[in-house]
Design a binder for this molecule. Structure first.
Ligand code: SF4
Length: 469
């Protein structure tokens, strides 16, 4: 346990995030002088002088001092330095848009945030790629749609998404779809004068629905929304154990252009530990079936830092992925969120290494390069193993535009379904951007029972901004 002995609560949250970045597997709490054991660590951060300083200056100074203190305590630096909470590529995008030179951007990442040169260059490269891809689009006058299907075959150990066992909830799927159809109809009618650019089906695992349900869902979408300007339609087919040839044929018939089949690892022992309950063989079969149906634009999600995985196992996964020849690859560093089973039962998994190293992250980047891919979007989460980042790689021309739009908060994303969070992007006169959220309830039961309220939430001033602008 790490205790923070901090005099000013204003800096407490900053301190927790930074301390967790150095000690991702240790619990962090506030020091109250009690129950401290000799094994515990007590950290007392310095509080900056407030007189005549802006809030942001104070927080920057606080983080710098604490970062230096933690660096000294642990003898380690972090790849992204003291950068927490903000997306590095977003910082770089803003700087490029403000005409800062590439050289100065790299210098700023290194001198101000203490990021490594390699990470500074990664953020800069991704920012240029994103701006190149978005530059050709009038994204601000359109919108994107996210449709959530919160069911999965089983719950993965690290899962922090809205996910319900399809077996247990099987009897309520039709009710869920009925509620979702109502929300789709309402949104489509409201936004009939706004251009719909991209659609993303996520969850959960949308392909846990039956072929018939998928057919009706996609058919309803086509009936409600004007699909004539769509540049991209993606369906997460994440779990290979949810796929059948009939379902994939339905996706193809409805013009789904991009799917994601996500092994996370190609090591069976790890798949068993993390509760994915599918085999490596099923991943390969899923790829073969998708190609057979003409679905050739396939993303693969991998997680680096899974329990017990060493470098040799990761190299094995990367070699196997190359054989699958996906068109894009998303490399995640394991992030253990509070609600994930891996965190709740962390004592049980204490024996497993949960580490990432520069070598592992570099190997994943090299694998993507070998497949002709380039990094095109990135984001970071709290509590990531090794404090690295998630990077999306793609062969040129097949990048997922939705991923860039959502990560860089460039376009409003209207999100439907249980646990879905709508983000309305409002550009301001001074060049800044205001983001407002409209949340749906997380529980499937509540979503079904309170669908009228969910719809009403999309009838207020925030949503109407999108209707009227
Ligand atoms: S497939 Fe994804 S959404 Fe489903 S349980 Fe696993 S991590 Fe969660």
């Amino acid at each position: 346990m790490i205790y923070l002995n901090i005099d000013d609560r204003e800096f407490y949250d900053d301190a927790v995030v930074l301390v967790r970045s150095f000690y991702p597997r240790t619990e962090v709490g506030e020091y109250d002088g009690q129950n401290v054991t000799p094994e515990d660590i007590i950290i007392r951060p310095d509080i900056p002088e407030k007189e005549g300083r802006s809030r942001s200056e104070l927080h920057e100074e606080f983080k710098t001092d604490l970062y230096k203190k933690l660096e000294k305590m642990t003898g380690r630096t972090l790849p992204w330095g003291k950068l927490t909470g903000v997306r590095p590529s977003k910082i770089a995008v803003n700087l490029i848009e403000n005409k800062t030179s590439d050289e100065d951007i790299i210098k700023l990442f290194m001198d101000k945030h203490y990021a490594s040169e390699a990470k500074a260059k990664l953020a800069l490269g991704v920012a240029h790629k994103e701006l190149g891809l978005l530059g050709q689009r009038d994204y601000i006058n359109g919108y994107s749609l996210y449709i959530g299907i919160p069911f999965c075959p089983t719950t993965c150990l690290y899962c922090s998404f809205t996910s319900y066992s399809i077996d247990k909830w099987h009897d309520r799927v039709e009710e869920y779809l009925s509620a979702l159809f109502c929300e789709m109809e309402f949104v489509a009618a409201k936004l009939k004068n706004r251009r719909l650019d991209t659609i993303y089906f996520g969850g959960g695992t949308p392909t846990t629905l039956s072929a018939d349900q998928l057919d009706r869902l996609l058919g309803h979408m086509e009936k409600c929304f004007d699909m004539s300007d769509i540049v991209e339609l993606t369906v997460e087919a994440g779990r290979p154990d949810s796929l059948t040839i009939d379902k994939l044929k339905v996706l193809k018939a409805h013009n789904v252009g991009r799917i994601s089949i996500n092994p996370q690892t190609m090591n069976q022992a790890t798949l068993d530990i993390i509760g994915r309950k599918h085999t490596v063989e099923q991943v390969k079969e899923a790829f073969a079936m998708a190609h057979e149906c003409g679905l050739d634009n396939i993303n693969v999600d991998l997680i680096m830092g899974l329990p017990g995985e060493d470098e040799a196992m990761i190299h094995h996964t990367l070699d196997e992925v190359k054989k699958l020849a996906p068109t894009s690859l998303t490399v995640h560093s394991l992030a253990i969120k509070r609600a994930a089973a891996l965190n709740i039962w962390r004592d049980k998994y204490q024996a497993y290494a949960l580490n990432n190293t520069d070598e592992i992250i570099d190997a994943a980047a090299a694998c993507a390069a070998d497949m002709g891919m380039e990094p095109y979007y990135m984001y970071r989460q709290k509590n990531m193993a090794g404090n690295f980042e998630n990077v999306g790689y793609s062969v040129p021309g097949l990048e997922c535009i939705y991923n860039i739009l959502i990560m860089e908060e460039k376009q409003s994303i209207v999100a439907l379904g249980a646990g879905a969070s709508t983000k309305i992007v409002m550009p301001q006169d001074d060049g800044s951007v205001r983001i407002e959220r409209i949340e749906n309830v997380k529980s499937v039961k509540d979503y079904i029972e309170r669908i009228d309220e969910m719809i009403e939430r999309k009838n207020g001033d925030v949503f109407n901004y999108l209707v009227n602008n």
